[in-house]
Design a protein around this ligand. Structure first.
Ligand code: C2E
Ligand code: MG
Ligand code: MG
Ligand code: MG
Length: 289
């Protein structure tokens, strides 16, 4: 009887593996089709200046508009795209769309702000990355100063020589570099100089721990102090509450991003934000000090 149970368990397990493999394969196929048909959209989340609440930048965030499943977030398909080598095409699409949207915002006559685009570690695996980026900027007539690349700390720490070389080339082209999810990777800070980092983005987990109900803001304070003494820009990501915003403001964090001010939004909507500002961010201007 026990042997039978074991056999059942094994069979059950292999059935499930088959289902998983099948689900994965069908997702792979769906993703290939989606890339062919451009079933994606880019949303933009504002970054606001902590003193006046002015919009000083935005981050482009991809969504998959699946015909049956609805909107799918990047965490559910970017890892697969990396694994099966589709991230290069996807990354190209993202950069091109961001540049096109910049063009539309420019055409409406409003002052532009830089757009940050996320880059996966595996995109550095292709030597033609820089040529591809340059081609998109040229074709769309985009000023490189308006594009920022967000690369996670762990991607930088993979530190193949080629990553450093590619980043230097893009830096020389005039693009700037932000370290995403800062503080969650490794403790070596040598790479900040090595990669000519322009900006650090304090990971959401530290931001969410920094209001009065939680921990003390020691980590956030340390990162702010470090960025300042290195002369590097700083963004706090994932700001959700007024209490968090006030602590960050008091500690001297210059730029914030988070649901408190705005969720990621469609390009047209962000165009309006460029025109009229962000009412939700004006609370920052009333500084209680
Ligand atoms: P990330 O680059 O760290 O982006 C920030 C994520 O935090 C976004 O999730 C954003 O919607 C979310 N967020 C912003 N404010 C708040 C807040 O106040 N509270 C909370 N809880 N979350 C907030 P999203 O859009 O789901 O993106 C997740 C990750 O997927 C990104 O993390 C990035 O690593 C990756 N990703 C997004 N778009 C792209 C892309 O075009 N290419 C690549 N390679 N990766 C992308
Ligand atoms: Mg990012
Ligand atoms: Mg991040
Ligand atoms: Mg992240």
């Amino acid at each position: 009887l026990r042997r039978r149970d074991a056999l059942d368990a094994i069979q059950c397990y292999t059935e499930r593996m088959k289902v998983d493999a099948f689900a994965r394969l069908s997702m792979e196929n769906a993703l290939r089709v989606a890339i062919d048909r451009e079933q994606f959209t880019l949303l933009y989340q504002p970054k606001v200046d902590a003193d006046a609440g002015r919009v000083v930048g935005c981050e482009a965030l991809i969504r998959w508009e699946h015909p049956d499943e609805g909107v799918i977030g990047p965490d559910a398909f970017i890892p697969l795209a990396e694994e099966i080598g589709l991230i290069h095409q996807l990354g190209q699409w993202v950069l091109r769309r961001a540049c096109e949207d910049l063009g539309r915002w420019r055409a409406s006559g409003n002052a532009l702000v830089p757009v940050a685009v996320n880059l996966s570690a595996s995109q550095f695996g292709r030597q033609d990355l820089v040529d591809q980026v340059r081609a998109v900027l040229d074709e769309t007539g985009t000023d490189p100063a308006l594009i920022e690349l967000e690369v996670t700390e762990s991607a930088l720490m993979r530190d193949t020589r080629s990553t450093a070389e590619l980043l230097v080339q893009m830096h020389d082209m005039g693009l700037s570099l932000a370290v995403d999810d800062f503080g969650t990777g490794y403790s070596s800070l040598a790479y900040l100089k090595r990669f000519a980092v322009n900006t650090l983005k304090i990971d959401r987990s530290f931001v969410q721990d920094c209001d009065a109900g939680h921990d003390d803001p020691a980590i956030v304070r340390a990162i702010i102090g470090m960025a300042r003494s290195l002369g590097i820009g700083l963004v706090a990501e994932g700001v959700e509450t007024v209490a968090q915003a006030r602590v960050l403001q008091a500690e001297g964090c210059p730029v914030m991003q988070g649901y408190l001010f705005a969720r990621p939004m469609a390009a047209d909507q962000f165009g309006k934000v460029l025109a009229v500002g962000l009412p939700e961010a004006r609370m920052l201007a009333r500084r209680p000090r």
